[in-house]
Ligand binder design. Structure first.
Ligand code: FES
Length: 87
């Protein structure tokens, strides 16, 4: 489990094991745009302000993945205990 801070929304959610970040944010009332929900389309791409994502998507290039500037919140997780996102 890890914590996701939705910076612009001003809320913080716990993401449990097996739960999607998008799901946890939606349950907390944050509007999330999604399409494929499988890490392919990039619709759910969200900027990472702090923390290290555990990338599971396949649309970012290796350089983008290594830069950790964004995350596909439909499928990716977190390697750090806390992720701060620009949502
Ligand atoms: Fe398509 Fe997340 S909804 S990559």
């Amino acid at each position: 489990a890890f914590t996701v801070v939705a910076q612009r929304s001003g809320i913080e959610v716990q993401v449990s094991v097996g739960q999607r970040i998008s799901e946890a944010l939606r349950e907390a009332g944050v509007e999330i745009e999604m399409s494929c929900e499988a890490g392919v389309c990039g619709t759910c791409y969200t900027r990472v302000l702090e923390g290290e994502p555990d990338h599971k998507d396949s649309f970012q290039t290796n350089a983008e993945l290594a830069a950790n500037e964004g995350i596909a919140i439909c499928c990716s997780g977190s390697k750090s205990p806390r992720l701060v996102l620009d949502v």
